[in-house]
Design a protein around this ligand. Structure first.
Ligand code: AHR
Length: 352
C-alpha cells in the first residue's frame, strides 16, 4: 500500500471514531445503555424506552411499604387507615397493610414478616409505647428504615427509627385541661371529674392523661375521682361509664381520651336519665364526624382535635428516606380545638 492510500485509510478510520463518539456510542454497547449520571440513582435506559414504548428505570422502581396498623378500634383509626391507603395509592407505592387488632404481638409478627419480605420501608403506629427495641434492631440490621406514625415508642435509641410523624398528645391533654380550668375559674365548689383513658400503655393514653393532670393542678377544686381505660372503643366507653355512674353520686365532668369512648359514655349517661353536656360536661379528643354531630347537639362541650389524615406526610417521608434525603426526626401535626358552637359551624366541612 502506498503512503498516500495508507494516510487516506487512517483519516477515514479517525472520522468514523469521531462520529461514533458524538452519537453517544462510546460504551461500545450499541448505544442503548446509558451510564448513570447521578451515582447511586442508576437510570437504565432500555431498548423499549429508546423505542418510546415503556420506561424501566431503577429510580422509578415501585417502592414497597410495609404498614402495621393498630386496629380498627375507633372512627379516628378508620379515617387514618383510609388516609394511609389512599395516599400510598396516589404515590404509586406497593402497600403491604397489616391490621394488628390492638395486639402488640401481632404487630411484632407483622414487622418480622415485612423484614423477611425485604420491603423498602416499614411504617407503623405502635399499639403501646414499650417493648419495641428487639424488633426495631432486627429491621435496622436488615437495612430497612422504619417510620413511626401517629404513636411513639419509648426506645432510648432513637437511631432505630427515621422519624416520628404525629400529634403532640401531651399538648392535646393540656388543651382539654385548659378548657376546664377556664370553665371553672370562678367556682368555689369541688368539681368531680371522671376520666376514660385510652389503651393502657399507649402513647396517647399516657400523654393525654399527663397533659390534662398538669394543667388542672392549677385549680385544687378540680378533682379526678375515677380514671379507667375504655380501650379507645365505644363499647368499652359505655361499659366503664355505667360503672362510674353506679359508683359515684356526683359526676360533674367526663374527660374521654377519644370521641368513641365519649360517644359510648353518652349512651350510658342518657340511659341513667341524665343530660350529656348539661348534667355532665363532656370533653373528648379526636374530632371525627360523629363527635362533631354530638358536639353540635350540645352533648359534647369541647373537642380537642387529633388529626388522622397522616397519609400524605407519611408517603412524603417514605419517598425522602428512599431517596436518601434528610428527614426531620419529629414531624408534629397541626390541630385545633372546637366548642359546641364551632362544631355546629364546622360540621358540614368535616371530611371524616
Ligand atoms: O393514637 C391516636 C388515637 O388512637 C386516637 O385518639 C384514637 O381515637 C385512636 O384509637
Amino acid at each position: 500500500m502506498n503512503s498516500f492510500r495508507r494516510s487516506g485509510l487512517i483519516l477515514a478510520a479517525s472520522l468514523m471514531l469521531l462520529f461514533s463518539a458524538a452519537c453517544g456510542g462510546g460504551n461500545g454497547a450499541g448505544g442503548n445503555d446509558k451510564e448513570p449520571a447521578n451515582g447511586g440513582n442508576q437510570v437504565k435506559q432500555t431498548n423499549a424506552e429508546s423505542n418510546g414504548e415503556q420506561k424501566d428505570t431503577s429510580s422509578n422502581k415501585k417502592i414497597t411499604l410495609g404498614f402495621s396498623q393498630v386496629g380498627a378500634e375507633s372512627g379516628w383509626r378508620t379515617a387514618n387507615t383510609k388516609s394511609v391507603q389512599d395516599s400510598a395509592k396516589e404515590a404509586g407505592f406497593d402497600l403491604k397493610f397489616s391490621d394488628a387488632q390492638q395486639k402488640q404481638e401481632n404487630q411484632i409478627k407483622a414487622l418480622r414478616t415485612f423484614i423477611q419480605q425485604k420491603v423498602d420501608v416499614i411504617a407503623f403506629s405502635p399499639v403501646v409505647e414499650s417493648g419495641w427495641d428487639t424488633v426495631l434492631k432486627e429491621a435496622k440490621d436488615a437495612g430497612i428504615p422504619v417510620i413511626l406514625t401517629d404513636r411513639a415508642v419509648d426506645s432510648a435509641d432513637t437511631s432505630l427509627y427515621e422519624t416520628f410523624i404525629g400529634s403532640d398528645f401531651v399538648e392535646e391533654g393540656r388543651r382539654a385541661g385548659q378548657w376546664l380550668v377556664d370553665q371553672y375559674k370562678d367556682s368555689t365548689e369541688e368539681i368531680n371529674i371522671v376520666e376514660l383513658q385510652g389503651t393502657t400503655g399507649s402513647a396517647p393514653a399516657i400523654d393525654r392523661q399527663k397533659g390534662f393532670a398538669e394543667v388542672i393542678a392549677s385549680n385544687p377544686n378540680l378533682k379526678v375521682i375515677a380514671s379507667q381505660t375504655g380501650d379507645f372503643t365505644r363499647a368499652k366507653g359505655k361499659e366503664v361509664m355505667q360503672a362510674f355512674l353506679k359508683a359515684n353520686k356526683k359526676i360533674d365532668v367526663l374527660y374521654a381520651h377519644n370521641d368513641d369512648m365519649g360517644l359510648g359514655a353518652i349512651q350510658a349517661i342518657e340511659a341513667a336519665g341524665l343530660k350529656p353536656g348539661v348534667d355532665i360536661k363532656i370533653i373528648t379528643v379526636d374530632g371525627v364526624k360523629d363527635g362533631f354531630v354530638a358536639a353540635s347537639e350540645g352533648k359534647i362541650n369541647f373537642i380537642v382535635e387529633c388529626n388522622p389524615l397522616l397519609g400524605p406526610q407519611l408517603m412524603q417521608a417514605v419517598q425522602d428516606v428512599v431517596d436518601g434525603k434528610e428527614v426531620e426526626k419529629r414531624i408534629v401535626t397541626e390541630e385545633g380545638v372546637f366548642t359546641s358552637e364551632d362544631a355546629k359551624r364546622e360540621l358540614p366541612n368535616r371530611q371524616y
